[in-house]
Each structure stands twice: as C-alpha cells, then as structure tokens.
Design a binder for this molecule. Structure first.
Ligand code: SF4
Length: 76
C-alpha cells in the first residue's frame, strides 16, 4: 500500500496515504490515486469563441467553458 503513483502528468506523484499530489486534486486513498475533483465544477461560463484555440470556427458566437480545481504548475 502507498506505492501507487499517478500517471496523469509527468510529476508522477506518489503522495502518502491521505495526502494530495502536487495538483491538489488527486489523493492517495486506500493505496490508490483517487481523482477527488472529478465531476466537481468550479467554473462554468459562456465565453466568446475567440478566446478558444478555434477562433475561426463560427466567429462571433459563444462556447460553454467548464473546469474543475487543481493545477500541476508551480507558479508562486
Ligand atoms: S500533479 Fe496531479 S495529475 Fe500530476 S501526477 Fe501529481 S497527482 Fe497526478
């Protein structure tokens, strides 16, 4: 137990039992990595499609954006 590691991103976290990986959304629970944030929305908005990487697709329309918590970057 506790030897599992997360393979979602290059950090390959192997947190202690009950602790979170660097992203703060995946947790070691019962010897397994659990995506605790899965299905929990923290942001839901209609955005201009020009904010997305398909700006030439139906210009002037909106797109539904949603996200959850957690980030695997190390910004201060
Ligand atoms: S930062 Fe998060 S997603 Fe990346 S390996 Fe660690 S626990 Fe997994």
């Amino acid at each position: 137990m506790g030897e599992a590691s997360c393979n979602v991103c290059p950090h390959a976290c192997s947190p202690a039992e009950g602790a979170y990986g660097l992203c703060g959304s995946r947790k070691m629970q019962g010897g397994k990595i659990v995506p605790e944030g899965y299905g929990r929305l923290t942001s839901l908005a209609l955005d201009p499609i020009e904010k997305k990487p398909f700006a030439r697709f139906h210009p002037g329309t909106t797109v539904l954006s949603l996200s959850s918590y957690g980030c695997n970057l190390k910004c201060p």
